[in-house]
Write a protein that binds this ligand. Structure first.
Ligand SMILES: *[C@@H]1O[C@H](CO)[C@@H](O)[C@H](O)[C@H]1NC(C)=O
Ligand SMILES: *[C@@H]1O[C@H](CO)[C@@H](O)[C@H](O)[C@H]1NC(C)=O
Ligand SMILES: *[C@@H]1O[C@H](CO)[C@@H](O)[C@H](O)[C@H]1NC(C)=O
Ligand SMILES: *[C@@H]1O[C@H](CO)[C@@H](O)[C@H](O)[C@H]1NC(C)=O
Length: 587
């Protein structure tokens, strides 16, 4: 009997302790944002939405005001475990901040960044109507839907003949299902067509173009937001001459914060490695109003408008090209060499999320190299030697059969590449040695402003009274940052931080405070400045307490302990005193 009793006791105790553990686990997981979150599995791929779940977590409403920076920073902040999952999976799958994208209204207002002259312009009543073709592969639902809404929202109704979404064999079932349901409820006019195997951007666009019946084709990337009056100026130019192919100015939607920023007026070029680049516009053009069309040697590729019949006459795209790369130069050369014009329309603006990397790979290898070879062999005549100088390994790479494209060139009676260089791109440098010529300009480099120092001082960790100091030399990249006794002597460069207008912290004005949140240990370190998201630090100040928030990671700067030598890392923002920092200004 006593044995039975103690067994029963044991079972009751066991049940109780399991219950207590579960309860504690629940409390810790839910109420303490610090617990578990930082150390939880990264890149959790579990699906966020279940079949049957309604769209109550989506924000369709337009609240009328442009989202202020503070609001966007707040949306970027990770507050729950679910936020963390959305954030991490979003960066992994899409290379931008899906956490913010999901919270923004689908028809959010954008700053009208057009030149004043543009705002006063009037366009003909009678313009050709358009088929908007948007190809996507595993795109983030909210970004894709926002692209579509922005088109309907900011275009005159009668000009939108149709919107065609080309699903290039996405393998995200949930996306397919949500899209179907959302469109049928909210945007029933949108056509969705799906390829039966992965085609890549180039063939997917041709697929979409073949289904289109509007007078003009407008190709858009699947993560854009078109801006006020984006369509009319492009259509006006096409209606003047059907051989005008036009591109808008591509403004920047920050991939981490979704802040909309105007791009400078630049045109498209390329270097001899066959990489697209942005070229500054010459001073003479610059002097004009910034509202007239500007001829551009090439296009970036993602967004342009072209008369539909002319697109077919001119040979669409090269169907022998794979997934991505090179097609934008191919169509640019073809337009110019075969009798068309390619222009940038400064009054037309479309925002585009500039991702930091291409989040998918090309099945079947390096599509960029193969595609570039098809371009140089078809269009560049004797100038192709400069490509081989830069990429000698290209000589051995196969690129398939281009005889159809050469026949097209002949049939259309296209001009030589020398004509193109002399007449369209005279500023292109012809290398005399084996040089690649000028390097490519990233859009980001062109908009990089002067460095403006806002404050200079010690970065003090208030919880410990210690200061942020570099472990190694201030010139050494990847040197870890840690807490050390504050050194107020003026010569101490290892602790002197320069806070800039661009929200960077530069140690001794040399390298930048940087955290790669995807890295396992995730410690703060010094890196070459200019990496944007991982180097952006926003002061979160509340009740006299200030924290350093990093919008890209959605987290705050912290230390693990209050001892000298403690490294700095990221943590979910909370009111822990470990997260409090301040600048002690020094002259
Ligand atoms: C939707 O947007 C409004 C206005 O910006 C905001 O107040 C609200 O919190 C958002 N809703 C969600 C679920 O994010
Ligand atoms: C677009 O233009 C074509 C050709 O003029 C016309 O047949 C079609 O009905 C127009 N579409 C719309 C939606 O008005
Ligand atoms: C290349 O394609 C053309 C036309 O499609 C064909 O006539 C020719 O035989 C092909 N060449 C090779 C080497 O396969
Ligand atoms: C403080 O900085 C000065 C100048 O770099 C240096 O000479 C001194 O040793 C430092 N003091 C401490 C305690 O590290």
């Amino acid at each position: 009997m006593p044995r039975l009793k103690s067994l029963r006791c044991f079972i009751i105790l066991l049940a109780l302790s399991v219950a207590i553990c579960c309860f504690l686990g629940y409390i810790l997981w839910n109420d303490d944002p610090i617990a578990g979150l930082n150390h939880g599995p990264r890149f959790h791929m579990k699906s966020r939405y279940r079949l049957g779940e309604e769209f109550d977590n989506l924000n369709v409403s337009d609240h009328g005001d442009i989202y202020k920076e503070e609001v966007l920073f707040d949306l970027a902040q990770i507050k729950t475990k679910k936020d963390q999952e959305i954030h991490d999976a979003g960066y992994h799958q899409h290379a931008f901040n899906v956490l913010v994208s999901d919270k923004l209204s689908f028809t959010r207002p954008l700053p009208d960044v057009r030149n004043k002259v543009c705002k006063d312009k009037h366009y003909p009543d009678h313009l050709p109507n358009v088929s908007v073709v948007i190809c996507f592969f595993n795109e983030a639902f909210s970004a894709l839907i926002r692209t579509v809404h922005s088109v309907y929202h900011r275009s005159p109704k009668h000009l939108i003949h149709e919107v065609i979404l080309v699903d290039d064999f996405s393998d995200d079932d949930e996306l397919e299902w949500r899209l179907k349901k959302y469109l049928s409820l909210n945007l029933p006019g949108v056509k969705v067509i799906r390829s039966h195997e992965r085609q890549g951007l180039i063939r997917a666009r041709m697929f979409g173009a073949h289904k289109a019946t509007g007078e003009v084709l407008v190709f858009l990337d699947s993560h854009c937001e078109v801006n006020v009056d984006w369509l009319e100026p492009m259509l006006a130019r096409i209606s003047e001459n059907r051989k005008n192919v036009v591109v808008p100015i591509i403004d920047i939607i920050n991939a981490d914060t979704f802040i909309y920023e105007a791009s400078p007026l630049v045109k498209g070029g390329f270097n001899w490695g066959m990489h697209y680049r942005w070229d500054p516009i010459s001073a003479s053009t610059h002097a004009s109003t910034h509202a007239e069309p500007i001829q551009s040697p090439t296009m970036a590729g993602g967004l342009f408008a072209m008369n539909r019949e002319y697109f077919h006459e001119l040979g669409e795209y090269d169907p022998g090209m794979d997934i991505w790369g090179g097609e934008n130069l191919e169509i640019s050369f073809r337009i110019w060499q075969c009798g068309g014009r390619l222009e940038i329309i400064p009054c037309s603006r479309v925002g585009h999320i500039f991702r930091k990397r291409r989040p998918y790979n090309s099945p079947g290898g390096d599509s960029f190299m193969k595609n570039s070879l098809r371009v140089v062999h078809t269009w560049m005549d004797e100038y192709k030697k400069y490509f081989f100088n830069v990429r000698p390994e290209a000589e051995k790479t196969t690129y398939g059969n281009i005889s159809d494209r050469l026949a097209l060139r002949k049939k259309l009676g296209c001009k030589s590449f020398k004509w193109y260089l002399d007449n369209v791109y005279p500023e292109q440098n012809i290398p005399d040695t084996n040089g690649e010529g000028r390097k490519g300009n990233m859009m980001a480099q062109l908009i990089r402003k002067d460095i403006v120092i806002k404050r200079k001082g010690l970065l003090k960790h208030m919880g410990s009274g210690l200061c942020v100091d570099s472990e190694g030399d201030i010139h050494e990249k990847r040197t870890l940052l840690r807490l050390a006794v504050c050194n107020l002597s003026s010569g101490s460069r290892k602790q002197t931080w320069y806070e800039t207008q661009d929200k960077e912290f530069r140690l001794a004005n040399v390298l930048c405070l940087d955290i790669q949140s995807e890295e396992k240990h995730g410690f703060a370190r010094l890196m070459k400045c200019g990496s944007f998201g991982s180097q952006e630090w926003v002061w979160n100040t509340k009740d006299g307490v200030s924290q350093l928030f990093n919008p890209a990671s959605g987290m705050c700067l912290t230390t693990n302990t209050v001892e000298p030598g403690s490294y700095l890392s990221l943590s979910v923002c909370s009111n822990s005193r470990l997260l409090n920092f301040d600048i002690l200004e020094v002259p």
